[in-house]
Design a protein around this ligand. Structure first.
Ligand code: HEM
Length: 440
């Protein structure tokens, strides 16, 4: 709809403190993981944070409308403001015809055949890592973050895992991701923004050094797949494209899977009946590692994964920028506005999800399907043209890891323990998630 069909309402909202607005709440993630705007102003409102004005979009209707973007108003360049210096020209930051062209090429690296090929190094890396875990009391989050990095190192780049260089890669990613919500958005030495830029520089050099070998190689890794990918029209990526996409993909795959695995481990430890149910399914496969065909047989684990992503949404919000003045649910949206789409909020709405704070994986089971209450009730992987290209890879890695973990260990947390979540950038436990692994 265009603005000619007005009268449109002006946006409600408040700009917060002079100059800084709601920057602190925004940077700490407290606004993305709250119902504040919805409760106070409804589905569309405006505020000020991180040096600009934001349109807050809440609820399935408004979030769905922005993501499906029927009128091509909402550009992904909204991301550029937050993460552009660190992840520029990653697929998620491209728009229009260019995005479409790159996505069609990249799709060739995510076909079912490719995914089945990636599963071998995924399984091997998980097995090798879990064999090194001593069991007993541990901080789950840092250990699983290292695990997903090792999986990416092997599966994406066919590089060896472990050692100082892999740790540097891990640190570079963390710095780049966390820089997105930097309060001071200029390179002051020692602060988040500067660390993010240094991380990006390290990753570019690291990948560029390795690019020639992957261009000429025939490995089954993602790096090689991107070097050789051709769309149906014969289009291919340049060297710069490959480096930019690799940096974005490593980031996109890494923290999201880590966050989801951590939330799943937490809830499985708190709800032993679900843990037993998932373990029984894994034991029924009678195989230490899952095959591609096995993945669909881990039904309970799939329910738990969905419920974990609903409760602690790994990407709690996404952003866009309007390319012209437009309308959303009867409100006038100005041109050039940054838009924050609150996915976490959609996943916690009581009129869509009964008892939204309760861990209840069964709500996704066939006989209930609460996720069908609204077309846009459940969007952990987004929606529309930018919907996650790695959702099957992510699900595969998460299930492969959980399958092996549950076959080896019983997971427990202390009675009464509740995981405190840090919402800066992607959600993670403030205390690293202290968990006990009991060898079976
Ligand atoms: C639990 C795991 C994951 C979650 C929750 C997740 C979530 C998301 C979300 C919400 C978006 C949409 C962003 C937007 O609309 O602006 C997205 C996009 C994307 N994701 Fe994922 N992701 C996950 C795993 C992965 C993995 C494993 C990969 C790659 C191997 C990946 C690659 C991408 C890419 C390339 C995009 C951009 C797609 C585009 O713009 O066309 N993601 N992801």
């Amino acid at each position: 709809m265009t603005v000619q069909q007005s009268p449109l309402r002006e946006l409600p909202g408040d700009l917060g403190l002079p100059l800084i607005g709601y920057s602190y709440q925004f940077a700490s993630g407290r606004l993305t993981a709250s119902h504040r705007w919805w409760n106070q102003y409804g589905p569309v409102s405006r505020t000020r944070a991180l040096g600009t004005t934001w349109i807050n979009v809440e609820g399935p209707e408004a979030c769905g409308a922005v993501l499906t973007d029927r009128d091509r108003v909402y550009d992904a360049s909204g991301w550029a403001y937050l993460i552009g210096p660190f992840f520029h020209r990653g697929l998620m930051l491209l728009d229009g015809a260019e995005h479409h062209r790159h996505r069609r090429i990249m799709q060739q690296a995510f076909t079912a055949d490719r995914l089945a090929g990636y599963l071998t190094p995924v399984n091997e890396t998980i097995a090798a890592t879990l064999a090194r875990w001593p069991g007993g009391a541990m901080r789950f989050y840092p250990a699983v973050k290292q695990l997903t990095l090792d999986v990416a190192t092997r599966t994406f780049m066919a590089d060896d895992v472990g050692g100082a260089e892999a740790s540097r890669v891990n640190a570079a990613f963390t710095d780049s991701v966390r820089a997105a919500t930097a309060f001071v958005r200029m390179p002051v030495p020692g602060l988040r923004w500067a660390r993010g830029l240094a991380g990006r520089h390290f990753l570019e050099t690291y990948l560029r050094d390795r690019l020639p070998a992957h261009r000429t190689g025939s490995g089954a890794d993602l790096f090689t797949a991107l070097c050789h990918a051709r769309s149906e029209d014969g289009d291919a990526f340049t060297d710069d494209d490959v480096v930019n996409h690799m940096i974005f993909l490593l980031m996109a795959a890494h923290d999201t899977s880590t966050s989801t695995l951590t939330t799943m481990a937490y809830y499985l430890a708190r709800y032993p009946e679900w843990q037993e149910r998932c373990r029984a399914e894994s034991q029924a496969l009678d195989s230490p590692e899952v095959t591609y065909a096995d993945l669909d047989r881990l039904v309970a684990l799939d329910l738990v994964m969905k419920e974990a992503m609903r409760l602690v949404t790994p990407v709690p919000g996404v952003t866009r920028r309007t390319n012209r003045e437009s309308e959303l649910l009867g409100y006038r949206i100005p041109a050039g506005a940054y838009v924050a789409v609150h996915l976490w909020g959609v996943h916690h709405m009581a009129d869509v999800w009964p008892e939204p704070e309760r861990f209840d994986p069964e709500r996704f089971a066939e006989h209930r399907r609460e996720d069908k209450a609204h077309r846009f009730a459940f969007m952990p992987f987004g929606n529309g043209v930018h919907k996650c290209i790695g959702l099957y890879f992510g699900g595969m890695e998460i299930k492969a890891a959980m399958h092996q973990l549950l076959l080896r260990y019983r997971l427990t947390v202390p009675a009464g323990y509740r995981m405190p979540v840090d919402w800066v950038s992607l959600p993670r436990p403030k205390d690293g998630l202290p968990i006990e692994l009991h060898r079976l």
